[in-house]
Design a protein around this ligand. Sequence first.
Ligand SMILES: C[S@@+](CC[C@H](N)C(=O)[O-])C[C@H]1O[C@@H](n2cnc3c(N)ncnc32)[C@H](O)[C@@H]1O
Length: 250
Amino acid sequence: MKALIYLDPPFFSNRNYEVIWGDAGEARSFQDRWAGGIDHYIAWLKERVAEMRRILKPTGSMFLHCDWHADAYIRVDILDRIFGGNNFRNEIIWDYKGWAHKKTSHFPNKHDTIFLYSKSDKNTFIPFSETWTREEYVAKRKQKIHIDETGREYIFDKRGNAGQRRYLDVALADGQPITDVWSIGVLASSSKERIGYPTQKPEALLERIIKCAGDEGEIVLDPFMGGGTTIAVADRLNRQRKPITIIRHF
Ligand SMILES: C[S@@+](CC[C@H](N)C(=O)[O-])C[C@H]1O[C@@H](n2cnc3c(N)ncnc32)[C@H](O)[C@@H]1O
């Protein structure tokens, strides 16, 4: 049984993605056009999500990556129905930054949505924090910095232990819990990670997903593997190695 499933299916974008692959110049592509419109797309994806839930461990998690083209339909028509609204855990916003092109009718789209659902209320979740630099922490708190008799810097807590000293060295060591908004840049064209796959996701994104949902040795499945980012990161993080069978698209 799988501890974690990450799905990054076609987004209902009405585009074809093509890449010239390897030295032999082989053309590989996948289509994201749906003759029957959104109903066809949702029915197609729903069938696959139901299978994914079936093979998930009772403590397992599923992350479904999508964007504005179909995210509302996916949450309501697929995920809430198959997993149950009570097993909704997060709507993660992947704020991917990068250059924005001015639009005449709306704000430029600069995020994807990753839904996190669990199979039950016993889901494994390992929270983690990211560290601040002193400058980031000071800029965020916008508070006067005091120095005690030993030279340590502190501020006065406003919440929680209101009025108590909060030492900067302790705050920096504790870090800041990762929230549901993830600011991770898209892969630059010069990035060493880039393998030439058109919808390749950054390893930092998969690293967060894999780390929060389980431990080393567990099974991670990506049924829409594209350039194989999930597999590369899972392997680096010592998740279980299993031989797989590649089945043609259907
Ligand atoms: C958005 S890409 C995944 C990119 C991947 N996460 C990465 O980092 O490279 C979607 C993938 O789904 C595959 N795909 C499209 N239709 C499919 C189908 N019917 N069954 C399985 N995979 C499909 C495409 O070939 C493509 O590799």
